[in-house]
Design a protein around this ligand. Structure first.
Ligand code: 8X3
Length: 255
């Protein structure tokens, strides 16, 4: 299928749940044809049907899989790609450095940094081709600070941040904006559960007593605002937290 030449198109990675799925919905609402990319094909099909987009079963850590995603985008939109939201990422484990699990650290670097690079590298020519491409990398407040037990994740998310900054410098003369959104405490179905390997009690404790953590829709709403500004307007970085989180360790919790 080829989209009409005037149809704007966006790719969202990690679109099977949480911030990615919400962003896919919000961008579709804003008029984009959304290519929802993630590993879990069944969830993507459902989402794609709901939003009238395209499902793309993709593992961002695999170069072949990412090449197939780029081919799919080229087929859908020969004129190029308008928006790329690099959202695929995650935290695995929360152990102190002294007990760190090397495989968890590798997986975090792989998805939060290398995966983001691979998707960006593959889709960049298509972003340039439209004459007004936008990249939004989903970082984290974990890419700004340090916290106990967080080093594997904070190191990876600092990586996301610095790759974003580097790319903006490298693309200074190209028609592509490079933005980062860095969310703090966002309550999603999976982030904390994945981090604590399915331990519901530990996952719940992250949000305990916080009346209103951010939800995925809040972040998706901000991303949609950022990408729908005129093409010369670049949000270098947006840090977004719930009001109850004044700083990483300063969280208002009710008993
Ligand atoms: C999620 C923010 O506080 O869990 O990216 O590191 S935090």
């Amino acid at each position: 299928m080829t989209l009409p030449a005037d149809r704007r198109i966006a790719v969202v990675t990690g679109a099977s749940s949480g911030i990615g799925a919400a962003t896919a919905r919000h961008l579709a609402q804003a008029g984009y044809h959304v290519v929802a990319a993630a590993r879990r094909a069944d969830r993507l099909e459902e989402l794609a049907t709901e939003i009238g987009g395209t499902a793309a079963a993709t593992d961002v850590t695999s170069e072949d899989s990412v090449a197939a995603l780029a081919d799919l985008v080229a087929e859908l939109s020969p004129r190029g790609l308008d928006v790329l939201v690099n959202n695929a990422g995650g935290a695995f484990g929360a152990t102190p450095v002294a007990q760190a699990d090397s495989d968890q650290w590798r997986r975090m670097y792989d998805v939060n940094v290398i995966g983001l690079m691979q998707v960006t590298r593959a889709l960049l020519p298509q972003l340039i081709a439209t004459g007004a491409g936008t990249i939004v990398n989903v970082g984290s407040t974990a890419g700004r600070i340090a916290y106990e037990g967080g080093a594997g994740y904070t190191a990876a998310k600092h990586g996301t941040q610095v790759v974003t900054e580097t790319l903006r410098l490298e693309l200074w003369d190209q028609p592509v904006r490079v933005m980062e959104i860095a969310p703090g405490m966002v309550r999603t179905d999976e982030f904390a559960l994945v981090r604590f390997e399915g331990d519901r009690e530990k996952a719940e404790a992250v949000y305990a007593g916080v009346a209103e953590p951010l939800v995925a829709d809040d972040v998706a709403d901000a991303i949609t605002f950022m990408v729908t500004r005129p093409p010369h307007v670049n949000f270098d970085e947006v840090v977004i937290r719930p009001r109850a989180q004044a700083a990483q360790h300063k969280v208002h919790r009710q008993a």
